[in-house]
Design a protein. Structure first.
Length: 146
């Protein structure tokens, strides 16, 4: 049986390294069960009956206990894996959202800076007061403007 470590809560045994995500349920089962009890991987299951027929009743009982423990460990690893994966996914989504938020905030800040620069340029152009506009309205039209 492979060495295991205890999860942070100190409750369940957990493999040091999890295998890569398998393509289907059988591969997932085999990848975990190979670490727990290699005699119970999917390709070996059909051979179990033949192996047990050749053994004494005490040995069969010992194997049965070992197999039950293996399935119990398998279920614990699956539950812990699901919890860990769920937690990692939530953390990733949070990080991705925060990163996207920072990017959009940076884009917004850039747009605001551009608008401020545009306003500053417009302020640099002397704005006419209402009195100046009224005086110009009273003047005769400029002959050079067509």
């Amino acid at each position: 049986m492979p060495k295991t470590q205890t999860d942070p809560s100190g409750v369940l045994p957990f493999p040091k390294e999890l295998p890569p995500l398998p393509d289907n349920g059988t591969e997932l089962y085999d990848s975990i069960m190979q670490m727990v009890e290699p005699e119970l991987v999917s390709k070996e299951l059909p051979k179990v009956r033949e192996r047990l027929k050749a053994e004494k009743p005490e040995e069969v009982k010992a194997h049965a206990r070992r197999y039950m423990e293996a399935f119990s460990t398998f279920n614990q690893i699956m539950k812990q894996s699901e919890k860990a994966m769920h937690k990692e996914i939530k953390q990733f989504v949070h990080t991705a959202y925060a990163s996207l938020e920072q990017t959009t905030n940076a884009m917004d800040a850039e747009k605001i800076t551009q608008l401020e620069e545009t306003f500053a340029e417009q302020k640099a152009v002397k704005q006419k007061t209402p009195e100046e506009i009224m005086r110009e309205a009273d003047k005769a039209p400029d002959p050079n403007i067509k």
